[in-house]
Design a protein around this ligand. Structure first.
Ligand SMILES: Nc1ncnc2c1ncn2[C@@H]1O[C@H](COP(=O)(O)OP(=O)(O)OP(=O)(O)O)[C@@H](O)[C@H]1O
Length: 307
């Protein structure tokens, strides 16, 4: 597949903060590309530079064949953006909001009405299109913003924390629309999130921390890198248990995080019974599971992503 976005050595330095530290990556056409990282990792700064809303300190961005530093209008015309905060006109109806945007983006007059109905259909708001946006729920507003972002047939849709502030049910529904969109319009999607389950939906994920990309691959490949199972346990004294594990199990891959000891093993089946028998300190809680993206983050940074 071809790259639709190519980023090289992208850097952003605010007065005192190195927000983005020379990152490079490509996004393939048609994929859902997720940017996962904790608050302050530099996700919004990166997306804002790619969307031409923020000037990079250094580096190059090519998107849809255009240079984001030199061909801003071309870039803007070929992308759709869903911001973190609501930018709809609340006093207008959904339909009026969409009409306004069509004029803004020079969608040809004869295409406007059919395209408006088409995007309203994608997000299931055809019947509510003549209501004022102020009467909409949070989830409906987000869906309308997605519809608006699609009006001018963008090649890439940027979603910056698209479900932040929504309840879990609404979040799940919104994801159905986003996936439908990928299927129906074949659009490339670039999203930022600090929700692990949202990152899992992506075809590929870049994990970002403190201005750097620390890992980039499909969610499955990232988790497979860790291999095996994760044993989580609590004991009456985790520090003593940690020392005991290190002493009795050579090269144990073990970390203490919050009140829990995390132990990575190739296969828990072969390991668990001898582990329990060998450990002197009483275990108060035990759980065995497969690695998650949080474990990937933990493995690279020694910390967890707080959702
Ligand atoms: N306008 C600004 N001036 C100075 N520092 C800034 C500015 N915008 C962001 N930063 C800093 O740059 C770093 C990266 O911020 P950014 O908003 O890109 O992170 P993020 O990963 O998107 O986090 P969040 O999920 O909270 O939006 C942070 O340390 C932040 O405080």
């Amino acid at each position: 597949m071809d790259s639709i976005i190519s980023v090289k050595n992208l850097t952003k330095t605010y007065k005192k903060v190195d927000a983005v530290k020379g990152i490079s990556f490509d996004v393939e056409e048609g994929e859902i590309f997720g940017f996962l990282g904790p608050n302050g990792a530099g996700k919004s700064t990166t997306i804002n530079m790619i969307c031409t809303m923020l000037k990079p300190t250094a580096g190059e961005i090519i998107i849809n064949g255009f240079n984001a530093n030199k061909q801003k209008d071309d870039v803007r015309g070929s992308i759709g953006i869903i911001f973190q905060e609501n930018t709809l006109d609340e006093k207008l109806t959904a339909n009026e909001n969409l009409k306004l945007h069509c004029r803004f983006y020079n969608v040809p007059k004869e295409k406007r009405d059919p395209r408006i109905q088409e995007v309203l259909e994608i997000v299931d708001l055809v019947d509510e299109q003549n209501q004022r946006v102020e009467e909409y729920s949070g989830g409906m507003k987000r869906r309308l913003e997605i519809a608006r972002g699609l009006l001018h047939y963008p090649k890439v849709l940027f979603l910056d924390e698209p479900t932040v502030g929504l309840d879990p049910n609404t979040r799940a529904h919104l994801w159905e629309y986003i996936l439908k969109l990928k299927e129906k319009e074949g659009i490339t999607m670039f999203l930022t999130t600090h929700y692990l389950d949202e990152a899992e939906i992506s075809d590929r994920v870049a994990i970002m921390d403190q201005g750097e990309i620390i890992a980039i691959d499909s969610p499955k490949a990232l988790k497979d890198q860790l291999g095996g199972d994760i044993i989580e346990l609590s004991t009456e004294d985790n520090q003593t248990a940690l020392e005991e594990i290190n002493e009795k199990f050579d090269n144990a891959d073990v970390k203490v995080e919050d009140d829990t000891i995390h132990l990575k093993v190739a296969s828990s089946d072969a390991f668990i019974s001898s582990f329990i028998k060998t450990l002197d300190i009483p275990i108060t809680k035990l759980n065995i599971r497969k690695p998650t993206l949080n474990d990937v983050f933990l493995a690279f940074t020694g910390r967890k992503i707080k959702e």
